[in-house]
Design a binder for this molecule. Structure first.
Ligand SMILES: [Zn+2]
Ligand SMILES: [Zn+2]
Length: 261
């Protein structure tokens, strides 16, 4: 089934779940910026993702052919011919670790942070915030993901598809207004309560913390986890986030138009 249908189905499931078990019952379903975020969902989740993944995959495949021709990588990727479930698991773990590193760069490299501010300018967390990000992030993430995956891991693209669907569902989960804890699994997997602290507007525990996408493991391992279990952040956003324009067109232009910090 096409990815778009999975994206819509996962979105509908979380929209219903948020009504049934909200973490913040007073948060309205029709919150400010929801229309923007639904545009981002379709644009980033489908249109631009398909296009940018196509361009990056094509580039990576050509790169692989060129470097194979000069014997820099083996003729077959490490995942070629391995069990399907193993391929999905390896794609998930490898791509999640790469994304954790990229996400860290989005926060620590000043000009990348200007792009990532769009994601952090949401003020009420729900599933629809998952795909609220500047289109450049698709280019940065997918280049850094697909190139090593296609060049070194190889394997079956169907397995990569399932890993991507799983990561989409988990990303929706992380942003959802859902009152769900995952117990001791919190040391392995990310969750709404932990990701709320990534969106914390204050500098408590450091201005940037909890970079994990699906797995929280990397944050615990590398000392970037911050999570006071008994409470949620007082405010979601970033310092001086009133600078962020309200409409998508100006949000797209924001990092380029703005004087760099
Ligand atoms: Zn972030
Ligand atoms: Zn987020």
């Amino acid at each position: 089934m096409e990815y778009l249908y999975w994206l819509l189905g996962i979105s509908a499931a979380f929209a219903i779940a948020e009504r049934l078990r909200p973490a913040r019952p007073s948060q309205p379903a029709l919150r400010p910026q929801l229309a923007n975020d639904l545009f981002y969902l379709v644009f980033n989740g489908h249109l631009w993702a398909v296009l940018s993944a196509g361009i990056v995959t094509w580039t990576a495949t050509r790169t692989r052919e060129v470097i194979q021709a000069v014997d820099l990588v083996p003729a077959h990727g490490w995942l070629d011919g391995r069990p399907f479930a193993l391929q999905i698991a390896v794609y998930l773990v490898v791509s999640d670790f790469l994304q954790w590193n990229v996400h860290r760069l989005l926060h620590t490299v000043p000009w990348l942070w200007q792009f990532h501010k769009v994601h952090h300018s949401v003020h009420a967390m729900d599933w629809a915030a998952n795909f609220r990000f500047h289109w450049m992030e698709n280019v940065v993430y997918k280049s850094l993901l697909f190139v090593p995956i296609v060049v070194w891991l190889g394997g079956d693209f169907a397995a990569l598809f399932w890993a991507y669907v799983f990561a989409t569902a988990w990303g929706h989960f992380n942003h959802a207004n859902l009152d769900v804890g995952i117990g001791p699994l919190r040391y392995v997997f990310n969750s709404p309560r932990m990701h709320m602290w990534h969106h914390d507007a204050s500098d408590e525990g450091g201005v940037a913390k909890n970079f994990g996408i699906v797995l929280s493991l990397w944050d615990w391992m590398f000392g970037t986890a911050y999570w006071p279990l008994e409470r949620a952040p007082a405010r979601i956003g970033y310092p001086r986030d009133e600078e962020m324009p309200r409409d998508v067109v100006r949000q797209f232009a924001f990092p380029l138009a703005r004087e760099r910090d």
